[in-house]
Design a protein around this ligand. Structure first.
Ligand code: KG4
Ligand code: ZN
Length: 375
């Protein structure tokens, strides 16, 4: 374990967003290990994040151009004790102070999920504390209720109430959901092939920009011309709310097969800006349909939310903010450090589930696939 990769996450406001009641808050320890971050956090029911440690394995996977599941599982094993211990220490707590333990039980790379899950089972069994099996996607979906930020990523104070329309865009998933409550998800649309994050990662790889691709494409796009290359906008002329990103990826490969490497900086910036503009247009087009359909079928939700790693994308955030303003709804997104995988989102989802009594009553087998609609 390379301790240089440990990040102590800035906790942001400690009380501006919290319920200041004098009642003792419920404390939840959450553990995340479903992909390439070993992370743990302690959050409380007043919406404070007491401590948050993220050990990122990205440097270990970078040379392979993506996450290697076997290496990820081994790295989680080496990191988990230190990450959990440091999380408790930096909150000034011991396991005896906790009210509930939560960990990701899927979906994700099963070797990693097992490591975090078994650590949580061990703590819960040795202390007799209740345990919550958190769906990783529910972690992304609920974290804006812990912290919601403005489009530019600065910590805001938006309260995200149910129901809300959620764009969940990560490396593994791309879905539009109506979030009615904890455990209550209605699937409005989803990708038919790649996720948005996967498209960013694959295009970055084609350009030789390394892994993960999203942040670097986002950065390069800021200096590029979004109309320099014409990428397709799959499904955008069709009704419905599903996505398809594989056509954009194929177009990228075709453009690059006709260009000569090494590519100039200007070429890469324009390419990234044009690709990103196509992804953003697809997201906005599908969300427009979702918002229109929603008004017809349901009482329209008053909040539009983005979550998952792609929620860090500056163009996605600002386009969704404009869309929300156009439809007269509030826009909310997690602050940047709570978009990609992290322990705080699992601790928060664990807490919200604990409050409604959704704790583990019999042994749970972690699941590599676990759709939100099966909660
Ligand atoms: O939510 P996450 O950490 O992991 C999964 O649950 O999959 O998301 C990781 C994904 C990666 O595909 C990464 O490239 C993408 O989020 N991502 C971004 C940005 N930052 C991370 N995509 C676009 N723009 C960004 N700034
Ligand atoms: Zn994730």
């Amino acid at each position: 374990m390379n301790t240089d990769n440990i990040i102590r996450v800035d906790m942001g406001r400690s009380d501006a967003n919290s319920d200041n009641s004098s009642e003792r808050p419920i404390l939840c320890l959450g553990i995340e290990s479903s992909c390439d971050e070993t992370s743990a956090a302690i959050v409380d029911s007043h919406r404070n994040i007491l401590s948050h440690i993220i050990y990122s394995q990205i440097p270990e996977h970078q040379k392979y151009g993506g996450v290697v599941p076997e290496l990820a599982a081994r790295a989680h094993i080496l990191a988990i004790d230190t990450v959990v211990r440091q999380t408790l220490e930096s909150a000034g707590k011991t396991v005896a102070d906790l009210d509930v333990i939560a960990a990701t039980a899927g979906p994700g790379l099963i070797g990693g999920v097992l490591v975090g899950w078994m650590a949580a089972v061990g703590i819960a069994q040795s202390t007799g504390k209740p345990l919550v099996a958190v769906n990783h996607l529910e972690g992304h979906a609920l974290v804006p209720r812990l912290r919601a930020a403005a489009a530019n990523g600065t910590d805001g104070a938006t309260d995200v109430e149910f129901p809300y329309l959620l764009m969940l865009a990560s490396g593994g998933h791309c879905q539009i959901l109506l979030v009615r409550g904890v455990g209550k998800y209605e699937l409005i649309g989803q990708t038919l092939d790649d996720s948005a994050g996967e498209a960013f990662d694959k295009v970055a790889k084609m350009l030789g920009l390394g892994y993960p691709g999203g942040p670097v494409v986002d950065k390069r796009a800021a200096s590029g011309n979004p109309t320099a290359f014409h990428f397709p906008r799959p499904l955008c002329d069709k009704p419905g709310c599903d996505f398809s990103f594989s056509g954009i990826k194929t177009a990228a490969r075709t453009f690059l097969s006709r260009a000569c490497a090494p590519y100039s900086d200007e070429f890469i910036n324009d390419f990234c800006a044009s690709f990103q503009a196509a992804v953003v247009d697809c997201i906005i087009n599908r969300l427009e349909n979702a918002m229109r359909d929603m008004r017809v079928v349901h009482a329209a939700p008053k909040t539009l939310v983005v979550a998952g790693g792609v929620a860090k994308n500056s163009a996605v955030r600002s386009a969704m903010e404009l869309l929300a303003a156009k439809h007269n709804v509030v826009f909310a997104a997690p602050p940047m450090n709570l978009c990609t995988d992290n322990g705080a989102m699992i601790a928060w989802a664990g807490l919200e589930n604990y409050i409604i009594g959704n704790v583990v009553k019999k042994p749970v087998a972690p699941r590599p696939r676990w759709p939100l609609t099966e909660l």
